[in-house]
Ligand binder design. Structure first.
Ligand SMILES: [Zn+2]
Length: 297
């Protein structure tokens, strides 16, 4: 049984309308309804699979962020980009704060945490997926937990990162409250999320890979992130683009839109559309994915 929400999972408003119907191209082929909150603009899947029912929807070979190795060409590209991404993430947290305590929520197979540890950070990771957690626990023994409840409220962090994670979390408000409790007063929460108003989202429409239903439960635009801040006494310190994402999202979207067009055409079109998306996005800082740096007020 799926669960039907009767209020917005972010601002608790009861006013929301059906926004679109999107297919799960990656796993189930099922179609899901996305609703739009009339108060905060949050887009959310409704009804949605319960937390206890969501695991089968993650069970596909190409869910790279949970795998250490991938044999396909797309997997190879993904891994190369991931290496670059790790460098950028490290640069970002080092710019924000002296090397302190870092929590990476949704750490996957812990590549970023490992790099941060080697760089001098005290690290902790949270990964709900059993297989990914087992792999990360080998790399970082005793550093990875499966759920937030395992972290004591007295344990404080200087930087908490959620890279493409917030949109997957069922207990959105409860999770945010807990994260704020364990964040140091001068600490930062870094949230990276796909942008449903980006040029590539508009170009691909229902085939946009950033929808990724039902794994993505929410889609945040700038207004809904501002609402999130208001609800939880945070403020946006900075908004940054994630420029690689447009290429990867375009590549998947191209596959969903034209499943029979062949690999080379797929890559070419994805490259061109990814680049176009970044160029268009530059003016309004409206990239395929946005990264928000938040701090307590
Ligand atoms: Zn709302």
């Amino acid at each position: 049984m799926s669960e039907r929400l009767n209020k917005c999972p972010l601002c608790k408003s009861g006013l929301f309308l059906n926004h679109s119907e999107i297919k799960d191209f990656a796993v189930s082929g099922e179609t899901f309804v996305i609703c739009k909150c009339q108060s905060c603009d949050l887009l959310f899947t409704n009804p949605r699979p319960k937390q206890s029912e969501i695991n089968p929807y993650y069970d596909f070979q190409e869910y790279y962020s949970h795998k250490d190795e991938s044999k396909s060409f797309t997997g190879y590209i993904y891994n190369q980009v991931r290496k670059l991404n790790i460098k950028q993430k490290l640069k970002l947290i080092n710019k924000l704060h002296n090397k302190g305590k870092l929590l990476d929520y949704g750490c996957g197979t812990a590549e970023f945490l490992q790099a941060a540890k080697e760089d001098g950070w005290k690290v902790k990771g949270l990964e709900p997926n059993d297989k990914a957690r087992a792999l990360s626990n080998i790399k970082l023994p005793n550093k990875i937990v499966g759920e937030l409840e395992e972290l004591k409220n007295s344990q404080k962090f200087d930087v908490i990162t959620l890279f493409h994670v917030l949109e997957h979390i069922h207990k959105l408000r409860k999770t945010l409250k807990k994260l704020i409790t364990i964040l140091n007063t001068d600490g930062y929460i870094i949230i990276a999320v796909p942008n449903p108003e980006s040029p590539d989202a508009k170009l691909y429409g229902q085939n946009w890979a950033g929808w990724d239903v039902p794994r993505h439960l929410y889609h945040f635009n700038e207004k809904s992130i501002q609402t999130l801040c208001k609800e939880f006494d945070l403020e946006i310190k900075e908004k940054k683009p994630m420029k690689f994402d447009s290429y990867y999202v375009s590549l998947l979207s191209e596959k969903y839109k034209n499943p029979n067009q062949g690999l080379i055409k797929n890559y070419l079109k994805a490259f061109i559309n990814g680049m176009k998306s970044n160029l268009k996005a530059k003016k309004e800082i409206n990239y395929s994915s946005n990264l928000f740096i938040l701090q307590k007020k």
